[in-house]
Design a protein around this ligand. Structure first.
Ligand code: GLN
Length: 388
């Protein structure tokens, strides 16, 4: 048989999804793949059933059901401070996963360079390969994961056509400050580059940190492709609803790519999710409080277990230092952790371009009893001897 496509050899299967399978085999509490173990708001389930009954069972408009786009434009006008035209500025996708791939395929020619901060959400490397782009990694330096302005400028000088920005960031929990974003924005304008944002955690930010939308900064709407999704904000990761917001010329291109990739996001679920997009502001306040409680609960266990970590400013992940356990290989450590302690995490190395092997990522988008159970198990970590 002739070999399959070369592009397959440049990336592996998702480590995050692999860890979920390992968690299931080991019967471990799964704090690896980031998704909630609680239900979305009841109104959404009712709305989804109603949408099926009311006949929304065929394709929606390929770039998104009108009601969904109207509700999204209205909601994001408040949050982004932008007057969005539902017919010109939005394409609805199958989650932010598709949105990011569409964005890269819309912007990049094969061989174009794209800046990706490291650590990064693992999808961006395959996204770059699938779109033909070449990632240039710029490190975010621990403990606060700041970038070095000179290193970033250098990457733009190297001819980058775009920069991928995950903010709030998975896996670091970093929320980029307005000053940092303004610096990136200035470089993007100076070097005529695009910014592709992944802002799926836009509503999960811990005060006093605040989320600033790149597209809302002066001169940036034209050159920003804002990708996000409803997965995390409304606890509906399985509904696969995301979107790209951008200038009309960019959206015209993105619609074409999206149309041929997936035709469209699920029609009945778009109808139902419009209900979520209309939620009052109190919903987002509650979401923030709920996640702050989950974060505090889990971090208290990390403190009690004597583990070191970088306190998340946003999103629902924490990177924990495993160097005291003497593990050379974080993948082996995570397999051992799932098997022997009964808690699954993601090996930090799957997020880093650099050879970083002393971190693991836990997520805390779980019910308090799940986090407590995981925390109690992790308290015993120090008593155990790691052996691969
Ligand atoms: N974004 C989530 C994470 O980082 C889920 C990833 C996925 O499997 N799509 O864990």
């Amino acid at each position: 048989m002739r070999p399959l496509a070369h592009r397959l050899t440049h990336f592996t299967e998702s480590v995050i999804r692999e860890m979920t399978r390992i968690a299931q085999e080991a019967n471990a509490i799964n704090l690896s793949q980031g998704f909630p173990d609680f239900d979305p708001p009841a109104e959404l389930i009712t709305a989804a059933k109603r949408a099926l009954d009311e006949g929304y069972n065929q394709y929606a408009v390929t770039w998104g059901a009108p009601r969904f786009r109207q509700a999204l434009a209205h909601k994001q006008k408040h949050w982004m401070g932008l007057d969005l035209d539902p017919d010109a500025h939005i394409v609805v996708t199958c989650g932010s996963t598709e949105a990011m791939l569409v964005a890269l395929m819309t912007v990049c020619n094969p061989g174009d360079r794209v800046i990706v901060f490291s650590p990064f959400y693992e999808n961006y490397a395959p996204d770059a390969i699938l779109s033909g782009a070449v990632p240039i990694h710029v490190p975010l330096h621990p403990p606060d994961f700041a970038f070095d302005p000179r290193e970033l400028r250098h990457a733009f000088e190297d001819g980058a056509k775009a920069l991928v920005l995950c903010n709030p960031s998975n896996p670091t929990g970093k929320v980029f400050t307005r000053e940092e974003l303004l610096f990136i924005a200035e470089l993007a304008q100076e070097f005529d580059a695009y910014v592709i944002t992944d802002e799926v955690y836009e509503h999960i930010v811990y005060p006093p940190h605040v989320h600033t939308y790149m597209a809302s900064l002066p001169g940036m709407f034209e050159r920003t492709l804002s990708c996000s999704s409803l997965s995390k904000t409304y606890s509906i990761t399985g509904w696969r609803l995301g979107y790209v917001i951008a200038a009309p010329e960019v959206i015209a291109g993105a619609r074409k790519v999206h149309d041929f990739l997936t035709v469209g996001a699920p029609a009945p679920l778009q109808e139902a999710a419009a209900v979520a997009l209309d939620f009052p502001l109190a919903y987002y306040e509650q979401l923030q409080q709920d996640y702050t409680r989950r974060k505090d609960l889990f971090l208290r266990y990390m403190d009690r277990a004597g583990l070191e970590y970088t306190t998340p400013q946003g999103a629902y992940y924490v990177l924990v230092d495993i160097s005291p356990f003497g593990a050379e290989d974080d993948k082996e450590f995570c397999r051992w952790l799932a098997r022997e302690i009964g808690v699954a995490a993601v090996p930090g190395s799957s997020f880093f371009h650099e050879p970083v092997r002393h971190l693991v990522r836990f997520h805390f988008a779980k019910r308090e009893e799940t986090l407590t159970a995981a925390g109690e198990r992790l308290l015993h970590l120090r008593e155990k001897i790691f052996s691969p």
